[in-house]
Write a protein that binds this ligand. Structure first.
Ligand code: G6P
Length: 480
């Protein structure tokens, strides 16, 4: 049995909410938490004798102390990392979400290259390194996740040179031309930070090649295939498309709670067709274009007036950043206008919820809808697309998927669209709504098999297998 696994991410997998009885916990949102959380719960993670998840709690130390005591039943322990409010603000809302996030998702005009943001990012990465170095033992595997902590592998390597470190990026790695828009010293710090890892994982082969090209262009570092020689070590960069717990979604129809939720949504649907979408509120998710496409669809297909409903769930996210709060207002206005101009007293075209969605309701909606619309302008992977496919054990339903999502490389039997093409999206809605059930079943079956084969456990196994291989290669590798 392997020793300890330390998972490190900015956010811990639980969010704490205060209520009348004390504190309650809900799973934090986002693909990272769903995937890594699912892996840790499964059989695959049993190869590690102990698991620890380090991250910044979404509350202060005092509340964490009280609240975490009530949280039992997790498959791992927590290692909270506390930072000052000011540092966290500039590291999370600032450098992570107002520089790296927009730039890596191809929204360079939204990036704000403030030096104080970068300084806070360095400080918080350093705090993580310090906290981790206090608990790391020889033989531990440290698996660092996502764009908030790109410098951490390098900082940790300096402190404990012999340790096994893996890094996985859950968002796209942009083209080298875009990456070099960042100030030069920051490019170097980010890339050299990532190179502290032994294995660097991305969702797609494109992101790997962008990263390798950036090494050449930004810091003049060459590579041989996926192998990089840096500071007397060999490092590997490779693609591992993140996945889901297929069996959980595939068997969800057997759960009483899920069936009840499905019946609740089928009652709302009645004899109408139902479209469903769910995303965090984010400008990368293409929510406006999707709404515009739906409006265009209704205008050009009046036969569907009164005979279709679009259930749109938007999960609150990063609301203290202007681009997010501003978007919320605009979405509210758009839906209000659409419902009031096209709807009637007895029919609302869009049913909109701005809130978190529990697992049973999410599954109920996946199963009750006719069409799932997953249309981000840019997305590292997008697990909603995979979850929808896996939950359709009845082999009915159509997935319309943006070709700008990493998932489009695997889910090629979906109806692929360009999310900037509102007219194409509206046409594809017609195709989806009129697709014959046999074709729906054929398309879903191929995608379901693919996800089942490469589920979250296969993803992690693939990752850890490559990690042990590179550690083996390093023993033979001496470039001094
Ligand atoms: C994306 C990121 C995750 C992040 C999640 C939710 O999936 O890749 O790292 O946790 O969004 O965003 P938040 O800012 O709420 O953590």
């Amino acid at each position: 049995m392997q020793k300890r696994l330390l998972i490190v991410s900015n956010r811990l997998p639980i969010s704490i909410e205060k209520n009348n009885e004390g504190y309650s916990f809900r799973q934090s949102s986002g693909g990272l938490i769903s995937a890594v959380g699912a892996y840790l719960k499964g059989q695959g993670a049993k190869v590690f004798s102990e698991k620890l998840w380090a991250g910044v709690p979404d509350c202060g130390e005092d509340i964490w102390g009280l609240a975490s005591l009530n949280h039992t039943g997790a498959d791992y322990d927590f290692l909270p990392v506390f930072t000052s409010t000011g540092d966290y603000e500039d590291y999370y809302n600032g450098f992570s979400n107002s520089v790296l996030w927009p730039l890596f998702h191809y929204f360079p005009s939204l990036a704000d290259y403030r030096p104080d943001f970068f300084e806070a990012y360095q400080r918080v990465n350093q705090q993580f390194a310090e906290k981790l170095s206090q608990v790391i033992h020889e033989g531990d595997t440290v698996w660092i996740h996502d764009y908030h902590l790109m410098m951490l592998p390098g900082l940790l390597r300096k402190k404990i040179p012999g340790i096994t470190i893996a890094f996985f990026l859950h968002i796209p790695f942009p083209s080298a031309e875009l990456f070099r828009v960042i100030p030069r010293a920051w490019q170097k710090a980010l890339l050299e930070g990532m190179l502290g890892a032994d294995l660097i994982g991305f969702h797609t082969a494109e992101y790997v090649s962008h990263f390798l090209k950036s090494l050449q262009l930004s810091i003049g570092l060459e590579h041989e295939g996926e192998y990089i020689a840096h500071q007397h070590r060999e490092i590997k960069a490779d693609a591992f498309p993140v996945s889901i717990d297929f069996s959980l979604f595939n068997s969800a129809h057997r759960s009483k709670e899920v069936s009840a939720a499905k019946d609740k949504y089928l009652a709302i649907k009645g004899d109408k067709k139902m479209i469903f979408s769910v995303d965090r509120l984010d400008y990368t998710k293409g929510i406006f274009n999707r709404l515009r496409a739906f409006e265009h669809f209704l205008t050009t297909n009046p036969a569907y007036i009164g005979k279709i409903v679009f259930i749109m769930v938007v999960v609150p996210s990063r609301h203290s950043i202007f681009q997010y709060s501003e978007r919320k207002k605009k979405i509210d206005e758009f839906i209000g206008r659409l419902n009031s101009t096209m709807g009637t007293i007895s029919w609302q075209p869009v049913i909109y919820q701005y809130d978190h969605l529990g697992f049973h309701d999410l599954l109920g909606l996946y199963m009750a809808c006719d069409v799932a619309l997953v249309t981000p302008l840019r997305d590292g992977m997008n697990l909603v697309a995979k979850e929808f496919v896996a939950s359709r054990n009845d082999k009915m339903g159509v997935l319309i998927l943006s070709e700008m999502a990493g998932a489009a490389f695997e889910l090629t039997e979906s109806l692929l669209i360009n999310p900037n093409d509102v007219l194409e999206m509206a046409e594809m809605l017609c195709v989806a709504l009129e697709m014959d059930p046999v074709e729906q079943g054929q398309r879903l079956s191929v995608m379901r098999e693919r996800i089942e084969r490469y589920d979250v456990n296969a993803w992690a196994l693939d990752f850890f297998t490559q990690l042990s291989r590179i550690k083996e290669r390093q023993k033979k590798f001496d470039i001094r």
